[in-house]
Design a binder for this molecule. Structure first.
Ligand code: PEP
Ligand code: MG
Length: 324
């Protein structure tokens, strides 16, 4: 399938109306990095660092991690890599960490909540990232930020990691950007001060959709019931896009839906200009974007909404027919 899109691999993801959409890839292992070149992705929009923790039977050491992160940056050859800090808990349990018994793990002690309550591992990881990025730009994002203070507390840990490196006399990253994942509806309504403080936001659509519709992303009985192109969810994404536009906050979308051509085109039509997806989706998404006029598509979406549709999908499919 990758070959089918080879002819557009080095062409920009530019729409018929002249909008450029940044297409980035999701990764988690060293083995994913060659896809950066073969897919034509602009960078790694989401590097899931927990995969490295999940494939071992012991807690990795800081030196191992910093060596690994450094190799990831080497392999990216100057392209941006957004490292997401450890996102465990819920469905991702580390075999060597004591599991807590929770009635609702998806709503439980997970991701940055663990990182802030028991900061040992997060500190070690941040230190490893800072060390790996010596002399190079560093991008870090924290998963599952549900309220402003969690971002500020996590960012504080980042600052402390930098300060420790400075005191040790080690070279620091050339630049640093610290973002948050928007995966809970609460963050869509956080104060402007939050939107102004974050260096960037990335919508974790898998979790965001699960919490928006109160439908378990892992549960086949309910997962497919709610369409991503349901007017409620699309309007919600649009609200986030508008808030970011108002505060000049860079925004990206990195859930599975970003890699689905129809969804990706609709996201672009409502103003998202950066998407991160599995490498194999870059070609198909780029292909449809290059053949779509976002202004026309936006009108199709608005018309379906005005007419009271539950989902804009039928109208959009009708419009895109022939381009897919
Ligand atoms: C998401 O929730 O959309 C996301 C990108 O993170 P993960 O799938 O790893 O939870
Ligand atoms: Mg998530």
């Amino acid at each position: 399938a990758q070959e089918r899109y080879a002819s557009i691999r080095n062409k920009p993801a530019e729409t018929l109306c002249g909008h450029h959409i940044g297409l980035h890839m999701n990764a988690g292992l060293m083995a994913d990095l060659p896809s950066l070149e073969s897919s034509g992705a602009e960078g790694v929009g989401l590097f899931r660092t927990e995969l490295q923790f999940l494939i071992r039977n012991h807690m990795p050491k800081r030196a191992e991690l910093s060596e690994l992160y450094s190799r990831v940056m080497d392999a990216a050859m100057g392209k941006r890599v957004v490292f997401r800090t450890l996102d465990i808990g819920s469905d991702k349990v580390l075999p060597y960490m004591k599991a807590v018994d929770e009635p609702n793990p998806a709503l439980g002690w997970r991701a940055v909540r663990i990182g802030l309550d028991k900061p040992g591992v997060m500190r070690m990881q941040l230190q490893a990232l800072v060390r790996a990025a010596a002399g190079r730009p560093l991008s870090v994002m924290f998963p599952f930020i549900a309220q402003r203070e969690e971002y500020f507390a996590a960012r504080d840990e980042m600052d402390k990691a930098l300060e420790r490196e400075r005191i040790l006399g080690h070279p620091l990253p050339e630049s640093l950007e610290v973002g948050a994942m928007l995966e809970t509806p609460s963050l869509a309504y956080a104060s402007d001060s939050f939107y102004e403080a974050v260096d960037f936001l990335s919508i974790g659509g898998n979790d965001l959709k699960q919490f928006f519709f109160a439908a378990d992303r892992e549960n086949e009985l309910v997962r497919k019931r709610y369409d991503t192109l349901n007017v409620s969810f699309l309007g919600f994404i649009e609200h986030i896009v508008d808030r970011c536009a108002a505060t000049n906050t860079p925004l990206s979308f990195c859930g599975e839906d970003a890699g689905r051509p129809v969804e990706a085109a609709c996201f672009a039509a409502i103003g998202l200009n950066s998407l991160s997806m599995r490498p194999a989706s870059i070609g198909p998404v780029k292909s449809i974007l290059r053949r779509t006029n976002l202004i026309e598509l936006r009108n199709v979406i608005d018309k379906a909404r005005d007419e009271g549709a539950q989902s804009v999908r039928p109208a959009v499919m009708d419009y895109l027919r022939g381009k897919l």
